[in-house]
Design a protein around this ligand. Sequence first.
Ligand code: PSU
Ligand code: MN
Length: 303
Amino acid sequence: MTDRHGHFTVSEEVRTALAENRPVVALESTIITHGMPHPRNLDTALDVEGDVRRGGAVPATIAVLDGKLAVGVGAAGIERLASHPAMKVSRRDLPIAIHTGALGGTTVATTMLAASMAGISLFATGGIGGVHRGGADSLDVSADLQELARTDVAVVCAGVKAILDIGLTLEYLETHGVTVLGYQTDEMPGFYATRSGHPIPHRLDSAADIAEVLRIRRSLALTGGTVVANPIPSEHAIDPAVIEVAIERALVEARDEGVSGKEATPFLLGRVVELTGSDSLAANVALVRSNARLAARIAVALT
Ligand code: PSU
Ligand code: MN
């Protein structure tokens, strides 16, 4: 599938799977270009695609390649994204990325948009963007939340990173009618931690139940997305107190160095990994893979 101007492409494998009503899971690419250091970004992205396949679904990693919004970039695309400087492409950046022929990692917002254009209803990532700490003053609210408000794709994630304000993020999602489902949990997961202390009202304990809720949303033609919050497997969880020390230091550094706008999230995530060492990176990898496995099971249950 290509749009009239050739700005949007869907790989043959993904197109065929969708046409045959087989399960497909979308995957984002900012996590490859800006979310993890090389070469861990490459290994993880390839492993995550493998996890989706082993779960019985077709993976569709989404990115901007040679100025095209591409759904299903394959191993060759992932390799390029992992090893070259790339643009971070959120919704507002997309026309420019296409105009300049960029190589770009798509954020959760842009990946949802592309998935929806292709007809993919499930998407797995590590963490979604949210309301930044101090967001009530700075208005730094990720475009991911607005995309969830309008685009009908379910995003499986381990919550939002503690660099953000989890409570304000949940308030924002509620205001915009985004359904938040806790998978085998009554609390918003805390990304590196299994819990955050913030309750979420809806808990479902099986992939089949989640698929059923997504079907109900669809039959009512409700606009907007769904967040499926899947806690990190407990053997990989990290003590939140350890992470908090690193976050507070990273926030001070960001303020002192004047880091803001689209650089804020990659800077903070990068510094937290540098300050906490390999444990947090290993945890990040483990939770993304766990989310990919759950998304595949929901996708299978949906078809
Ligand atoms: N959270 C992570 N790792 C990431 C991101 C979020 O743990 O790599 C990325 C996602 O692509 C998300 C983006 O969509 O950061 C949000 O950026 P911003 O806050 O600038 O909207
Ligand atoms: Mn922002």
